[in-house]
Structures are given as C-alpha cells and as structure tokens.
Design a protein. Structure first.
Length: 384
C-alpha cells in the first residue's frame, strides 16, 4: 500500500477539479490525488455554456480570470414550445468555452496548486476503518466521486443510478456561424416535450449546436436514439440562427436531472456534479452545480474529516436546498408546455422576470411568490 492521501478525487471534470482545487486552497499542505481515466485535454459532450454563476465559483476557487480570453455572450434568446419569444441582454454575461479547453485549464490549475494528477480508471473501492482503499492500493481519508453521469463509484457504494424519468439525453455538435454571432439561442419544441435545441456561439466563427429530450420520451418514439437525436437536430437547425455548415463532431450523453437526486454519498465517499445527479431539470445546465458541489465536497472532506458526509449534506442544503426544491416543483409544472409558454410570455414583458428565470435556470435562483403568481395568472389566461 502507498501512503495515505487526504483526498482522492475520482474524475477530473469541473466537479473533480473544483474539489481538488478547493482542498489545496483550504489546506496547502494536504495531499490530494486527482484521477481520471482520460488524458487531458479531452472532449466531453456538452453545450459548452458556462453561466455567469459558474464564473463566480471559479473566482471562489481562486481562478477569476480563467475565461478572460473568451468573448462573453451577452444575449439570450428563448422560444417556448407554443411560440412565445424573449430575446434580451442577460444581467451577467455567460461564456461558451469548449470543454476540451475549459476542463484542461481546470486540471492544469489543480496541478499548479500542488494536486497530483494521474491517468487512472477507478474500478474498486473498499471501506477500511477510517479510510477508503481505491483499487486495492490508494488509501484515502476521503473520496470525492466526480466521475460523471455513469458514475462507477456511485454504483460501487450502492447508490442506484438516476431513474429514467429523471434522465435526459442530448446530442451536441459544432457548426460554422458568423464570427460576430453573440446570442445564445434556445428553441423549445412541443414535439416529444420537454425537448429543446440550442445554438451557443463560441466566438470564433463556430457554435455549439445541439438537441435534447427526456429519455422516456425518446424511448416512446421507438426509433434508434441516434436517428432521433441527429434527425431532430438537423430539422431544427434553420430555427437556431445562421448556421453556415453541416454539423460536425456529433456526440451524445445522458444528463441525470436533479429532480431524481440521490443521497449524496456514503461514509467517506461524497458524490459531486453529475455523479450526484446535479443537473438543472429545466435547462440541462450542470457546470455551475458541478463546480459548487465539488467545492462543498472538499470543504466537508478537509474541514470535517470525522463525518464528511454530514457536513457535505449540510453544505449542499444551505447552498442549493431551496433552489432544488423550486426546480423540483417547476419541473413538474413544466410537464405542461403551457406553463413554459406563460413563463416566457411574462419574461418577454418584464426584465426582472427574465433575470429571475435566468437565475433559476442557470444558477441557484428561487421563485418569489409574486413571480409565481404572475406566471400562474398568465398560464390560466392562456388556457381560458
Ligand atoms: C449534450 C449535453 C449538453 C450540455 N450542455 C451544458 C451546458 O451548455 N452548460 C452546462 O452547464 N451544462 C451542460 N451539460 C451538463 C454538463 O455537461 C455536466 O453537468 C457537467 O459536465 C458535469 O461535470 P462533472 O465534473 O460532474 O462530470 P464530467 O464533466 O462528466 O466529468 C467526469 C469525469 O470523470 C471521468 N471518469 C469517469 N469514470 C471514471 C472512472 N471510473 N475512473 C476515473 N475517471 C473517470 C471522465 O473521464 C470525466 O473526465 C450538458 C450535458 C450534455 C450531455
């Protein structure tokens, strides 16, 4: 056996890198090992949309300028399933940075902060007194499992995968767009609802374009998944902006939605990011939650070594409890496309409602009763 690591992090996406970075930030002397089965830079199926809220997390991790060389995308345009439309400047601009670039930068930042980074696929985990033994030879005081939507660690600690009804699937690719395109476009579809397509301009004459829907909706259609995802994206392209080339580098992945989130760990093993099913059920955003939960997991592992899971659950509850309860309820309401039509309708008329919806969809926002009442009123009016 090797000597003991204070923290072993499995998976070096945003959740894992955030955990590793935070651990060394809190205790520059602690020994942190970051494992990933892939060599970086590596691609990851994603819309590459990095919300302003995620940049706030980067600042907390000591990386405020990580994306400064990327042009912000100031405008967001959303079309609801019934055709309500809003296009407005967001209160704080988002960024679109290919994951091949973003994740590699985070890993490099972790390495520069003294984290040991190794290419290694984790296969086994054993609890041994006050330690966890990873793959028979890596001994850790605590483990952060940030190994994504199909988390092997989650399975190993006996936490079941997200139920299908709380899982989405989406495909993304890249296409050419005018170099000055700076609008994030989302077009929702009533066909196989809830479903939407997007175009997120990177700022270099390309855009990340994609389409996603709930897993059970896709199964109901009864065609091969690839045919549905690629076909529907191709049909949506004309609505997504000035797409000037065929879509290339198509890649799909599951999104475990927070409406089906599990207990976030067991004993000294803490689940973060997609491994904890922390993806917004309304928008599919998960990078902000990955950074946030990775940070909180490290704070629990380093700050409360006797009972890290208890501290982690408390941290998650404080940071996201009300927000997650809000999105649970909204995801139920959004089963009716008319609810989303009403919300977009109201957002198109009132800037403060647009800003609040962005906060709920991309950050940790909640819905004040006034806003809930305004949307409900519009919903009923539309029904009448
Ligand atoms: C098509 C699509 C579009 C999306 N668009 C957006 C968007 O625009 N904005 C947004 O915020 N979110 C988006 N999301 C969600 C976002 O991609 C995820 O929420 C985010 O990547 C979660 O980060 P993570 O660190 O938890 O996991 P990941 O980024 O998946 O990282 C997990 C890491 O674990 C490694 N790993 C896996 N198994 C093992 C193992 N056994 N041993 C060692 N390493 C392992 C993998 O190699 C990987 O590097 C999208 C998702 C999809 C599928």
């Amino acid at each position: 056996m090797e000597d003991v690591w204070d923290l072993v992090v499995v998976g070096a996406g945003p959740a894992g890198s955030a955990a590793a970075l935070r651990a060394r930030q809190l205790d520059p002397g602690c020994r942190v090992l970051l494992l990933d089965r892939a060599a970086f830079p590596r691609d990851k199926a994603c819309g590459d949309g990095i919300a302003a809220h995620a940049r706030q997390e980067l600042a907390l991790l000591g990386l405020p300028g990580l994306l400064d060389d990327h042009r912000p995308t100031p405008r967001l345009s959303v079309t609801s399933p019934g055709g309500a439309h809003v296009s407005a400047v967001v209160a704080r601009p988002n960024h679109v940075v290919p994951r091949r670039v973003f994740d590699a930068r985070l890993v490099e930042a972790a390495r520069a902060r003294g984290v040991e980074v190794r290419r290694h696929r984790v296969r086994t985990l054993t609890a041994l007194g006050e330690h966890v033994v990873v793959d028979g030879h890596l001994v850790a005081r605590a483990v952060v499992a940030a190994d994504g939507a199909n988390s092997a660690v989650r399975r190993l600690i006996g936490v079941p995968p997200s139920p299908d009804r709380h899982t989405a699937i989406a495909v993304r690719g890249y296409a050419d767009v005018p170099p000055d395109d700076d609008v994030q476009v989302i077009v929702m579809r009533s066909e196989a609802w809830p479903a939407y397509g997007w175009s997120f301009p990177v700022g270099d004459g390309t855009a990340n374009v994609g389409y996603g829907l709930l897993l059970p909706r896709m199964r109901e259609i009864g065609l091969p998944g690839r045919e549905i995802l690629h076909g529907r994206l191709a049909r949506l392209l004309p609505l997504l902006g000035e797409i000037g080339s065929p879509v290339r580098d198509l890649r799909a992945h599951h999104l475990p939605l927070s409406s089906g989130r599990p207990v976030p760990g067991a004993g000294r093993v803490l689940l973060a990011g997609d491994a904890a099913s922390l993806v917004n059920p309304l928008t599919g955003e998960g990078i902000y939650y990955a950074l946030l939960s990775g940070r909180l997991a490290a704070e629990a592992a380093i700050g409360s070594p006797d009972d890290p899971l208890r501290a982690y659950r408390r941290g998650l509850r404080r940071a996201l409890g009300r927000h997650l309860r809000t999105t649970d309820v909204l995801a139920l309401a959004a089963r009716s496309p008319g609810f989303i039509d009403a919300a977009i309708d109201v957002a198109a008329r009132r800037t403060e409602v647009f800003d609040l919806l962005v906060d709920v969809g991309l950050g940790a926002g909640t819905v004040p009763p006034r806003l809930a009442a305004a949307v409900a009123l519009r919903w009923f009016k539309n029904l009448a």
